[in-house]
Design a binder for this molecule. Structure first.
Ligand SMILES: [Zn+2]
Ligand SMILES: [Zn+2]
Length: 334
């Protein structure tokens, strides 16, 4: 006898939802995912009428599912129909750049035309005058051992601010899921870096999160990665075929397995970790609200809490600061 879905009681159950203990058919699983995303957006007012929402597309399944869902929810009026959606990708210019690895190019085109979403491609080379690979080579040549993911991360955060201004975005949506968020909390704990929680919450205060002056939203942050993958698979959303080789010595990679092990004994452990991070983020934001004094970076003029921003610090270490500064002056990037 086949087990029937605990929700509809009609179709065959195909998925065991560990967090609720329900056996669901795929149809009901997809509905719970769409409902959770809608609830997240409404509860935290992530998208309002007239918002211009940028969707950061890495080419991975999470960002493609995000674009699909936002398009679909807008079509059905579950998010305001007058919210504009503008998707964009950033080519980091290292051989394994996310967008290059992805076989998703055609799919992005299909989705953007189906849901009437504009799409733009940016490159580190255009924005900074240097690629992530140039930076890595500069650092490694000086014996500085920095992970490629850190380099890409610092530059991508800045790139999103520049793109946000250029496209006049009110918010930028990223595809972070529950697993990503739980990993971030654990990494902050493991590196004893409590200040980073100021950036973590679902709607972090802009006073504190000065590095990200275009607000970031994460509509998928209460969906488990596995559910995003199943949703992608059954909706014909391509999964990334080549893994970024740099991911293997990224500490997140190990944590993935640790969290999966913990989840076996405590099915809600990822939710608990993220909720803990959110509560801590609120406390930190309340404590420091209005106290963070913003300066302009001595070199590039971007806002920073110190005197030199992380981008200039990084490029200076790589011996590329002059190249970068002359590029942004010539291109009038600010
Ligand atoms: Zn069902
Ligand atoms: Zn700077």
């Amino acid at each position: 006898m086949v087990a029937l879905c605990d929700r509809c009681g009609v179709r065959e159950a195909q998925y065991f939802k560990v967090s609720s203990g329900e056996r669901l058919c795929l149809n009901c699983l997809f509905n719970t995912i769409e409902d959770t995303v809608t609830r997240t957006i409404r509860r935290y007012r992530l998208i309002g009428s007239g918002d211009r929402i940028g969707i950061a597309i890495s080419g991975g399944k999470d960002s493609l599912v995000l674009m699909y869902l936002l398009g679909k929810l807008r079509r059905h009026g579950r998010i305001p129909r007058d919210a504009e959606l503008i998707a964009f990708s950033i080519d980091e210019g290292q051989p394994y750049s996310c967008v290059r690895r992805s076989s998703a190019g055609d799919y992005i085109g299909k989705l953007t035309s189906e849901f009437n979403i504009e799409y733009k491609l940016f490159t580190f080379k255009d924005l900074f005058g240097v690629t992530a690979f140039d930076v890595a080579q500069g650092l490694w040549g000086k014996g500085v051992n920095m992970h490629m993911c850190t380099i890409c991360g610092v530059l991508r955060r800045r790139a999103m601010n520049i793109i946000g201004r250029r496209l006049n975005l009110s918010k930028i949506a990223t595809g972070h899921n529950l697993d990503d968020e739980a990993q971030t909390v654990m990494l902050n704990v493991m590196s004893n870096d409590i200040k980073r929680f100021a950036w973590f919450g679902i709607t972090p205060s802009n006073d504190v999160a000065e590095e990200e002056f275009i607000p970031r939203i994460k509509p998928l942050r209460f969906i488990r990665e596995e559910e995003v993958a199943i949703y992608a698979y059954y909706h014909g959303i391509p999964l990334m075929t080549i893994e970024c080789p740099f991911v293997y010595n990224n500490p997140r990679f190990e944590l993935k397995f640790t969290l999966a092990r913990w989840e076996r004994d405590n099915p809600n452990v990822k939710y608990s970790i993220v909720s803990f991070g959110d509560q801590l983020s609120r406390i930190i934001n309340d404590k420091f609200r209005g106290q963070v004094k913003l300066n302009k970076c001595t070199y590039c003029g971007f806002p920073t809490s110190g005197s030199v921003c992380r981008v200039c610090e990084l490029l200076n270490q790589a011996g590329l600061l002059d190249k970068y500064l002359s590029h942004i002056r010539a291109a009038n990037i600010h």
